[in-house]
Design a protein around this ligand. Sequence first.
Ligand code: ADP
Ligand code: MG
Length: 475
Amino acid sequence: MTNLTPSPSPSSASAASHSFNDLPLPPGILSTLQQLEYLTMTPIQAASLPIALAGHDLIAQAKTGSGKTAAFALALLTRLNPRRFAVQAMVLCPTRELADQVTQEIRRLARFADNIKVVALCGGTPMRPQINSLEHGAHIVVGTPGRIIDHLGRGSLNLDALNTLVLDEADRMLDMGFYDDIAYVATRCPAERQTLLFSATYPDGIARLARQFLRKPQEVKLLEQHDDSKIRQRFYEVKPEERLQAVGLLLKHYRPVSTLAFCNTRQQCRDLLEVLHAQGIHALALHGDLEQRERDQVLIQFANRSCSVLVATDLAARGLDIAQLEAVINVDVTPDPEIHIHRIGRTGRADQDGWALSLCSPADQRRVAAIAQIMGSEPEWHELGELQNGNDSPLVPPMVTLQILGGRKEKIRPGDVLGALTGEAGFTREQVGKITVTDLSTYVAVARNIASVAVRKLSAGKVKGKTVKVRALED
Ligand code: ADP
Ligand code: MG
C-alpha cells in the first residue's frame, strides 16, 4: 500500500480520525459506506472531509487513486436537499471519462436516497438527452467545462440554487487550457457557495485559480511516499540509441501482464509503439489525437488485460485509475521528480507488488539524482546485459476484447453478456473477464484461447433475445 504522509505545513491529517462514523454524516450515508465496504477513510478523506463538511472552501492535493471523489461527493451529498428539484452541486472534470467515473461514484454513494438525480453533461454525446434530463430535475451535474458552458448559453442549465462547486482534477483542466472556461463557469455560480478544488499536482495556475474563485480556502496537501516493499524501483543505464529496444527487453524479462510506459513526448510515444509492434508486443498508445470512441476502446482493452502495454505521455495518462498494473516503465526520465513519483505510484497498489523501471542515458544522470534526493534513497542501478531472455516465448496478454455492437441504448447490461457466454455458449465464469457497456457498444474480455469460438457462438446465439454483431478487437 502506498503511504500518504501529511506535509508538516497546513494539513490537519495527522490528528484526524479515520472512521467515517466520527463525521457528521447522515445515517443513510453511513450505512451506504458500510455496504460499499468503505470501512475507513483514506488519508485525503480524513484530512479534507472535516473541513468540507464544516463549509469551508478547500484546496486538496493528493495522488490519483487516493479517494478524492468520495471526499467531495460526501460533502455535497450531505448538504443536498433531495426534495428541492434544482441543481445544488456541480462538478467540473477535464474529460468525459473522468466525468463518467465521478458520476458513477456519486450515484453509488447516493444510493441511500433513491431520488437523487446525478446528470453527466459532457461533450461528444448528443445535447438533447442531456436537456431532457435537466428538464426532469437534476440535483447534481457533473461535466466538462465546454459542455456546461453550452448548456448555460442555451439556458438549459440553471445554477441559481447551486451551493457547492467542485473543480476536480484541476491541474489537468489547466493543462488542457480550460482556465478561461472554468473562470466563466465560476462567475455564473452564485457568489454564496462553497468551492472545493481537487488536484493531483500543484502547478502555478492552481494558486491563481484559488485566489480568484475560492474564499479563504483551507489547504490539505498529502505528499506521496511509496512503500518500498510494494514498488520495486530499478534504473537501467542505456545509450540513447538503445532506449526503445530496451523496453522490449524489460518486458520480456519481467513479463508484467499490464505495463504503463511513459514517454516525455508524443513523437517518442509513436516511435516506441512502432518498435513494440515490430517485436510482436500488444501495445496501444493514448494520445490527444484519438477520438473519444477510440480513446474509450484503448482504455477498455488495457483495463481488461487484453493489451500488454499502454504507451502515454504524462498529460494523456493523468487521472486514469488503473487497478492492476504490474509495471511502470519510464522510457524517458522526467525532469520533474514529483512527476516521477506520481508515475511510479500507479503500480504497487493495494496488496500487489509493482515494478518501476527507468531507462537512463548518461545525460539523464542529473534527473536521477534529483529523484533520488526527493525520494531519500539511493537509486538501484542495473545493466541491460543482466536481462537474460531465456524465456523467449512471446509476451501475450491473457485476454482478448470482443466488441458487441449494441450497448446502453439497447439496454444491454453486463449480466446479459455474461449470461450469453456462460449459458448457451457453455463457457465458464473464469473464462470471462471485465464487461464494459458504453452507449453503442459492449466490450467483453474473454480468455485468449476461447476468443474465436466465443465470437462464433455469440454471433450465432442471442444477447438479450436479439442477434448481435460481434468482433474481436485485435490488430
Ligand atoms: P482519486 O480521485 O483520488 O484518483 P478515486 O476517488 O477515483 O481516487 O478513488 C479510487 C478508488 O478508491 C475508487 O475505486 C473508490 O471506489 C475507492 N475508494 C475511495 N474511498 C474509499 C474508502 N474510504 N475505502 C475503500 N475504497 C475507497
Ligand atoms: Mg479523481
